[in-house]
Design a binder for this molecule. Structure first.
Ligand code: ADE
Length: 251
């Protein structure tokens, strides 16, 4: 079933480059997802199509008005029968992570609202958005880049979006671990060798070695992830034997 994503933005041209390349482009071309970009200004009122206004009570910057956002959403909802989350990209939202990307990827439809200027009228937060999503604890000048990040993170999980069927099932965060980086040719580079096991052809040994590298890299770089990761008894024993931390698990 093809997912439909509608994006409401004051800057539709920003999406052109990123969505015309790589995995997003391929996913659209192969029919895995349909992406519709809508110019919010189309729903702004008056001769000058003003979409923003001063904040009540004073303060710096301009605020995105509610009418164009609500009216655009109403109109876009009419365009297809599918329903799904109405996501406002905002630094006030839940931080995007693997689990949230997976959850959103299970929907038939997403409507993404990109805020701009100093903020979006509170009524959009309170009465229109079903989800508020942030891509991190820093403020960007608008929701466009966050929307692109979200679309990329979601699309990778749609069946058929990636070249090989299990590419997304194998990568970092899937079982709560980082995926250690791979090696490719040449087998020796500036004196650094590719580990022998990778050249051995023993698939079971390669799998075991990879698992341990994932554990090692996670322990070294993101020990906070280990506590919540799905670890086997063998993983725990290996971590303990190698004096690697297993934070928060009491071990
Ligand atoms: N808009 C501005 N900053 C943002 C952020 N960090 N995440 C999502 N939307 C935003």
């Amino acid at each position: 079933m093809r997912m439909r994503i509608d994006i409401l933005t004051l800057f539709p041209a920003m999406f052109r480059g990123p969505f015309d390349e790589s995995i997003v482009k391929r996913a659209v071309e192969s029919g895995v997802v349909a992406i519709h970009i809508h110019d919010l200004r189309q729903w702004a009122k008056g001769r000058h199509k003003v979409a923003d206004d001063y904040p009540y009570g004073g303060g710096p910057g301009m605020v995105l008005k509610p009418e164009p956002v609500f009216e655009a959403t109403d109109a876009i909802l009419e365009e297809a029968a599918e329903r799904g989350p109405i996501v406002l990209l905002t630094p006030l939202g839940r931080t995007l992570d693997h689990d949230l990307a997976l959850e959103l990827a299970s929907k038939q439809r997403l409507i993404l609202i990109c805020g701009h200027y100093e903020g979006v009228d509170a009524r959009v937060h309170e009465h229109l958005a079903t989800h508020e999503v942030s891509i991190g604890d820093y403020v960007l000048s608008g929701g466009e880049l966050p929307a692109m990040v979200l679309v990329d993170a979601v699309i990778r999980h749609l069946p058929g979006a990636l070249g090989s069927p299990d590419s997304a099932g194998d990568e970092s965060f899937v079982d709560g671990l980082l995926e250690a980086p791979p090696y490719t040719r040449p087998p020796e580079f500036r004196g650094w060798d590719v580990p022998d096991v990778l050249l051995s052809g023993h698939h079971a040994e390669v799998d075991k070695w990879r698992r341990r590298r994932n554990l090692l890299w996670t322990a070294q770089r993101r020990p906070d992830l280990l506590a919540a990761a799905s670890l086997t008894d063998e993983d725990r024993e290996w971590l303990a034997a190698n004096a690697l931390p297993l934070e928060g698990s009491g071990q």
